[in-house]
Design a protein around this ligand. Structure first.
Ligand code: BGC
Length: 442
């Protein structure tokens, strides 16, 4: 089987993640009118997905260790379809919220399991690009959701179409996944060495899979052969990856990316972009920058390496956030609005080349197999939990302290993220997952 096909199907999980989180920005105004939502309920409608995702991520590790990566991705695809149709046909607000929460659970599981599965099936030399395909699909999904929202604005029952369209990639993911192999690493962890060999053969065109299999077996022997253990996660081998994973998860969110992804039109209007449609167009532009720079990151990931991209990306984010704080402080409006639009676009570009893709990639690489599922779960929960908090708190902070202060806070937190990376984050380029494990345990 062609390896790229495997990767393309699996990364549909990322596309659904992006589409289903991005779509709400354009759907909310219409949902608000249809159900006469008070501001607090609008917050709930947005946050339903984030809460569901936190929950889904919490369970994802244990269930994927127990039932295998492939079967859980199949179940997730069904959840995506169910949630999308449930929200689209919702006769009442309660059903709509339930549908969005179900989609959220699916996003939470997929956000962790897609990079994990990709990392476990990828050959080491291309692992950076392959796993970053997930982030590419996330950004592409966000862009598609902006465009779908824009195109459907005038349609009748528009928000139902916006939310329901997620059922299409969900169905494709389900059908595609039926044809894909289980992760060879998970199979080996179950003691199913022959199945692991067969799975490796299906994803490694013409290559001799025995050396890779031997490396896997040695690694498992050293770990006592099991694939799921809490003590190991908090013990010697798991502690360092856990600290790095959770810290990067939190830094990815508290440096402000989703205030831009979810609230960009508002930010632009505040800066004086007169009409709502110009603001939405500028937002789609930012979505496009996000996709393009992720492609650049994919190309550099296996050559430049993870650490340089992370450090350079964070440094750029720091500068742009300080510029944004400054321009908000002096109230850059009118012709100066261009400064805001350009800084937001550059800020997103630096996110897309650094902590956007690198976080999910490192997360899939740094944990030993025995604790990979659980370790990634905890870090992914931290990611969604901090996303939830920032999304909820941001409008209040802007109202109370002004957007200059909000950007300044993100800027200072980015400086911490840079320092943390500089001191603690290892380079993982070109090493097998088993070599990385040995390096981090040393
Ligand atoms: C983050 C999301 C974010 C997206 C933007 C992902 O890596 O986890 O929270 O919305 O990037 O591209």
């Amino acid at each position: 089987m062609k390896f790229l096909l495997v990767a393309a199907v699996a990364s549909l999980g990322g596309l659904l993640f992006g589409y289903d989180t991005g779509v709400i920005s354009g759907a909310l105004p219409f949902i608000k009118t249809d159900f006469a939502l008070a501001p607090a309920m609008q917050g709930v409608a947005t946050a339903a997905v984030l809460l569901g995702a936190t929950l889904g991520a919490a369970g994802a590790g244990i269930i994927s260790d127990r039932f295998g990566r492939r079967r859980v991705i199949l179940a997730v695809a069904l959840l995506f379809v169910l949630g999308a149709l449930g929200s689209a046909f919702a006769p009442s607000l309660v059903v709509l919220l339930a549908g969005r929460a179900v989609v959220g659970v699916a996003i939470g599981i997929a956000s962790m399991l897609t990079p994990l599965y990709l990392a476990e099936i990828a050959p080491k030399a291309q692992r950076g690009a392959i796993v970053s395909l997930n982030q590419f699909c996330i950004t592409f999904g966000i862009l598609v959701s902006y465009l779908a929202d824009y195109a459907l604005t005038g349609a009748s029952a528009n928000w139902r179409w916006m939310l329901g369209l997620g059922a299409v990639p969900g169905t494709i993911l389900f059908c595609g996944m039926l044809t894909l192999p289980e992760s060879p690493r998970w199979l080996a962890g179950q003691g199913r060495i022959d199945d692991a060999r067969a799975a490796l053969r299906r994803t490694r065109a013409n290559a001799d899979v025995e050396p890779e299999l031997a490396e896997l077996r040695t690694d498992l022997l050293q770990q006592g052969g099991s694939v799921s253990s809490w003590p190991a996660l908090f013990g010697h081998a798991g502690r360092r990856p856990l600290i790095i994973g959770v810290a990067l998860a939190i830094f990815q969110q508290v440096t402000g990316i989703n205030t831009v992804i979810y609230y960009a039109p508002g930010i632009f209007q505040n800066a004086g972009l007169s009409s709502a449609s110009v603001a939405i167009l500028a937002t789609a532009g930012v979505g496009g920058v996000n996709v393009l720079m992720t492609v650049v990151a994919m190309r550099l990931m296996d050559s430049a390496g993870r650490r340089p991209l992370l450090l350079a990306g964070l440094a750029g984010m720091i500068v742009m956030l300080l510029v944004l704080a400054g321009s908000s402080y002096i109230g850059a409006k009118g012709s100066l609005a261009a400064i805001t639009v350009a800084s937001v676009a550059l800020y997103v570009a630096f996110f897309a080349i650094g902590i956007g893709p690198v976080f999910w990639l490192l997360l899939s690489e740094i944990f030993p197999l025995a604790v990979r599922g659980r370790g990634m779960s905890i870090a992914t929960v931290s990611n969604w939990g901090s996303n939830f908090v920032v999304t909820l708190v941001f409008p209040g902070v802007v109202a109370a302290l002004g957007s200059a202060t909000a950007f300044l806070i993100f800027g200072v937190l980015s400086i911490f993220a840079w320092l943390f990376t500089y001191i603690y984050v290892p380079e993982t380029k070109g090493r097998s997952l088993e070599e990385i494990e040995a390096q981090l345990a040393a």
